[in-house]
Ligand binder design. Sequence first.
Ligand SMILES: C[S@@+](CC[C@H](N)C(=O)[O-])C[C@H]1O[C@@H](n2cnc3c(N)ncnc32)[C@H](O)[C@@H]1O
Length: 385
Amino acid sequence: MEWEAFLEQLASGQQLLQASFSNPRRKDNGTARKLTIRPIKLKDGLGFQCERIDLNKAYHENITPHELNDKLKFEMSQYKQALFKTEEADVQVLSNKKGALTLLMHTPTMKANDAMQEHNRSKAYVLPEGDPVPFLIELGVMSADGRVLKAKYDKFRQINRFLEMVSDVLADLPKDKELTVVDFGCGKSYLTFALYHLLAIKERIPVRIIGLDLKKDVIETCAQLAKQLKWDKLSFAVGDISDYKGHDEVDLVVTLHACDTATDAALLKAIHWNASVILSVPCCQHELFRQISQPALKPLLKHGLLKERFTALVTDAARANLLEIAGYRTQLLEFIDLEHTPKNMLIRAVRGSGSASNTEQVKQEYEAFKSWLNISPFMEQGIKL
Ligand SMILES: C[S@@+](CC[C@H](N)C(=O)[O-])C[C@H]1O[C@@H](n2cnc3c(N)ncnc32)[C@H](O)[C@@H]1O
């Protein structure tokens, strides 16, 4: 097929699902290293988003279907190769030194639904891309005009996934008072700031949030940013989770990626406060690695890597069951895609259990589980079994 004929087909309705251009003719910084064009739903109907990737940054521009063919023609003159995906075929276009084009037809690899999926995902984001948010700009996740920096895309996705999960439990938080939220092991506090943005700014819920971490310098930086943003109900403190005595009542406890038994210490604090909601993403788990033993599991436990993964699962199972015994409805959810991090399990616990007989049954099952594996988790210390 000829290039002009292909463009005509696109103009006469054959849907372009994705076009990616690579290998720019100019090696100076006049042309992006890579350009991808894909369909998106805009307010006025279908449009196309052009994403230029250069020096690890992504730049976006939207165009109308009317502008598409001129755009494709121009960009094809700037690159030595391109791949166009339609439902009928994948069309590879190679351009020689003189600019003559060769089109190679391949079996299609994309469906119309796949093309829209990415856009729909971004549409569902609590913090959509393209909408500048001051704290994300200050934390270096977004540029001043709301574009997400390429290197921070995983963080942006993580923040949005976390906010989605918080949004799901807003109805379970008290309504008649100022909420108190503690984020244990807040670190650089991307998620603490995100939480404040969602609750205090977006939802206009009266709330105070406290971030706690062992690292003094990190806490100072976070406190400085809260001050700069004039978020006076967001504060930070240096300290160890186990020793924290800042409040008598806490409604929401967050603990994300706090190491080893620091997660358990945070969960015990939350239970002690009778917090309405607990959100916890455990991190590395070493405690049970040293304890676990069960002859029937020798084929698995003799491999260090399998033992490590297995004990991480056992630890989280123990935590989830102990939370149920303590009176929480508990779910284990996938936090973000496994491809981004192995630490992707979120424990979401909402106060208000089932019946007493159900709790009794969970206790019995838990006792059998721990005795079979010869484990005695740290978290049991604060729970009546
Ligand atoms: C991997 S970072 C996670 C930061 C943040 N929560 C997140 O998910 O992006 C873990 C943080 O937990 C803090 N931490 C670990 N043990 C702690 C403890 N016992 N008390 C307070 N902070 C702790 C560390 O200093 C570190 O900043």
